[in-house]
Design a protein around this ligand. Structure first.
Ligand code: SF4
Length: 308
């Protein structure tokens, strides 16, 4: 039996389901029961009837699954799989920030800790962020956290000037080289640039399409172009090549061409041997303190109930 077969046998034996994010390693995506972006994964986590959810992704995603399904065992193969964006918003500092705007509604990107979700009125993902903002009355002041780039994109798209931004960012999406992308565009002038809204504004301004990973994946299928320049974590290329084998996907380069700074090193911590061991030992498990879980759950269900 190879390792993928052993993992499949363990899943059957334990009634476990593996949810994997698009940014994980290709071989990890291949053993998953479901692969998706943050929104789709949180919907799956809420809906599954498996006893065990093994989350092949970063910690805040596994935490979100535990918040939604507290009666289930939620496993993460490596608890060190953090997120620079979630880390850029510590709960104590955010609580102080929020207190300055007592009348504001707090919208937080799902890339946050459970503590931040507990301080949030409604969560969002990059897939539904615009719909979430548009669901709030126009004259209502909003705090948006933690991603300043996605926040700036939302302000631009909605024309609202009453959105206050927390100054956080994802190191992976901040590292793309505008110059490198423009050079690629010279080489492939017909290739649309597909960018994630966590990228900086100058990159979003030259993008032909801006959207979440699942929206980028859909666009690659619907757009008649044959070649695409992809400006998000390159793990998504596995699904793009799998779904559209006749198309060409070129990953955008980082500012420093000698580093792999556009790889999310946290996502890449999840490996097949760690998944196997986690299923064998039922650990490490993800736990969330009950009072925080209940407050955090409200902000996530407020998002899921929007059906957007
Ligand atoms: S790509 Fe960025 S936002 Fe996504 S998990 Fe990695 S560090 Fe966090």
């Amino acid at each position: 039996m190879d390792i993928a077969e052993k993992i499949a046998a363990l899943k059957r034996e334990k009634n476990a389901v593996i949810l994997a994010h698009y940014y994980t390693r290709p071989e990890v995506q291949e053993v998953a029961d479901f692969t998706g972006d943050s929104l789709a994964l949180s919907q799956q986590a809420a809906a599954t009837d498996a006893d065990i959810i093994l989350f092949a992704g970063v910690y805040f995603m596994a935490e979100t699954a535990k918040i939604l399904s507290p009666q289930k065992t939620v496993l993460i193969p490596d608890p060190e799989a953090g997120c620079s964006l979630a880390n850029s918003c510590p709960a104590n500092e955010f609580a102080t920030f929020r207190a300055q705007y007592p009348n504001a509604i707090v919208v937080s990107y799902v890339n946050t800790t459970a503590e931040i979700k507990a301080l949030t009125d409604i969560c969002c993902t990059s897939t539904n962020a615009l719909d979430v903002i548009n669901s709030i009355p126009e004259n209502q002041q909003i705090i948006f956290a933690p991603d300043r780039n996605l926040g700036a994109y939302l302000i631009k798209q909605t024309g609202r000037n009453n959105i206050i931004l927390w100054n956080g960012a994802c190191h992976v999406h901040e590292e793309f080289s505008l110059e490198g992308i423009l050079n690629l565009k010279k080489q492939y002038p017909k290739a649309p640039i597909l960018a994630h809204p966590e990228c900086k504004q100058p990159i979003l301004m030259i993008a032909d399409f801006t959207g979440s990973t699942s929206a980028i994946l859909n666009e690659a299928g619907q757009n008649p172009a044959n070649t695409f320049i992809v400006v998000t974590e390159p793990g998504i290329l596995h699904q793009m090549k799998k779904q559209y084998p006749n198309k060409i996907f070129i990953p955008a380069p980082p500012t420093n061409p000698t580093c792999a700074c556009n790889d999310c090193q946290y996502m890449k911590l999840i490996t097949l041997p760690k998944i196997q061991k986690t299923l064998e030992t039922n650990s490490p498990q993800v736990e969330v303190t009950e009072n925080i879980r209940q407050a955090a759950e409200k902000s996530i269900t407020n998002m899921l109930n929007l059906k957007c």
